[in-house]
Design a protein around this ligand. Structure first.
Ligand code: PLP
Length: 387
């Protein structure tokens, strides 16, 4: 069965009400018929639900569907993307371990890596997303995990998953990939050798900007550690959010197809515009890692970014001149969104760190929505004219 068919047909067991669509299991805890069943569940001798911080049928459906999509053995769903990222670090790294991290990562992940991991004695090194030679040289005897995003947020750098998985295997490291930007309908890091895949389900997986969520999927033995960490520390996904997100997954493939068609068209039309220094989209032939993108992605995703010639001032003016695109701190919505990373999501980085990851003062990130491509393009073009 194709994974998309399998995902759509993966569902919680039908209740006596014979519902077609999965109901919401809004319950904190679950009942047992007798003391023996309860004892066995607590002793992990059965898979019975005990408490929604541990498991919940609707949350499990979402996780099972994500496992189908990513080709993973197991998973755990969390309250947000950041709790999935944090749990994947805290459950698997310990004092004295070293994390090798691609330097172009989401702003809050950067904060966790640089501010919080060192508090627990976990070391880190950043390596240049675009320079593979740096990676092997940065591996130490205590390196335990490689963490990366591809495409990166917001610079859209592409890292060769086949190459980095071979590097991780050679040095016996866990390869942990944030697959938020590509989504599993375009890119499946586990097929290349990743041990873990993390997601902000808040983005394309929801696709409609409604709820926060996160998920980590991967090898069973790694997920078991993450599950035990989360079960005790409590970043569980809410059953309501799981119901919303699980339904969303049924349309992910068709939604992403249209997002990508719109994004490519917009990127092609904006290329060479007199107010833009450069434009980046993974499936534009001018992208520096185009050949890697087409090797590992089915489509280029829904994010386009470009650099305005006038820097910070033009960036602000461009946003102020938009008439239809939303100015909001999200991406992966049906509605197109424009953002200015240097003054928002990546403002906590130093100027030097922003420079190293191509987050220039005039960088604009467009999350291309499902409106008609010409309407999105025309709004961008008129804002460019006026900025
Ligand atoms: C690549 C990436 N990873 C992780 C996150 C964090 O996800 P959340 O906002 O759901 O915590 C984000 C949020 O923008 C993101 O873009």
């Amino acid at each position: 069965m194709h994974p998309i068919t399998k995902l759509i047909r993966t569902q919680t067991e039908r209740t006596n009400e014979m519902e077609h669509s999965t109901p919401m299991f809004l319950t904190s805890s679950f009942c047992f018929d007798n003391a023996e069943e309860m004892r066995a569940a607590f002793a992990d001798e059965t898979d019975d639900n005990i408490y929604s911080r541990f498991s919940n049928p609707g949350v499990r459906e979402f996780v099972d569907r994500m496992c189908v999509l990513e080709g993973a053995e197991a998973g755990y769903a969390t309250s947000s993307g950041m709790s999935a990222v944090f749990a994947s670090f805290m459950a698997l790294l310990k004092q004295g371990d070293h994390l090798l991290c691609c330097n172009a990562i989401f702003g809050s992940t950067h904060t966790v890596v640089t501010k919080y991991l060192p508090k627990y004695g976990i070391e880190y090194s950043y390596v240049n997303a675009g320079d593979p030679a740096e990676w092997e040289a940065a591996i130490r005897s205590n390196t335990k995990m490689i963490y990366l995003e591809t495409p990166t947020n917001p610079g859209l750098d592409i890292i060769d998953l086949e190459w980095v998985a071979a590097l991780a295997k050679k040095h016996n490291l866990i390869l942990n990939v944030d697959n938020c930007f590509a989504t599993p309908v375009s890119q499946r890091p586990i097929e290349f050798g990743a041990g873990l895949v993390v997601h902000s389900a808040t983005k394309w997986l929801d696709g409609q900007g409604r709820v926060l969520g996160g998920v980590v999927v991967g090898k069973k033995e790694l997920i078991q550690e993450i599950y035990l960490f989360c079960r005790s520390t409590g970043p569980a996904m809410s059953p309501f959010n799981a119901w919303v997100l699980s339904k969303s997954l049924e349309t992910l493939d068709v939604r992403m197809e249209r997002h990508a068609v719109n994004a490519l068209l917009i990127a092609e039309k904006l290329a060479g515009h007199s107010k833009i220094t450069w434009i980046k989209y993974p499936f534009l032939t001018s992208h520096p890692q185009y050949s890697i993108a087409i090797k590992q992605m089915k489509n280029g995703g829904g994010i386009v970014c470009f650099e305005l010639k006038g820097g910070l001032k033009s960036g602000r003016s461009f946003l102020n001149n938009l008439k239809m695109l939303s100015l909001t701190a999200n991406l992966g919505d049906t509605r197109s969104i424009a953002s200015h990373p240097a003054s928002t999501t990546h403002a906590k980085l130093t100027e030097q760190e922003r420079f190293a990851t191509n987050i220039t003062p005039g960088l604009i990130r467009i999350s291309v929505g499902l409106e008609y491509a010409d309407d999105i393009l025309n709004d961008i073009l008129q804002a460019l004219e006026n900025c």
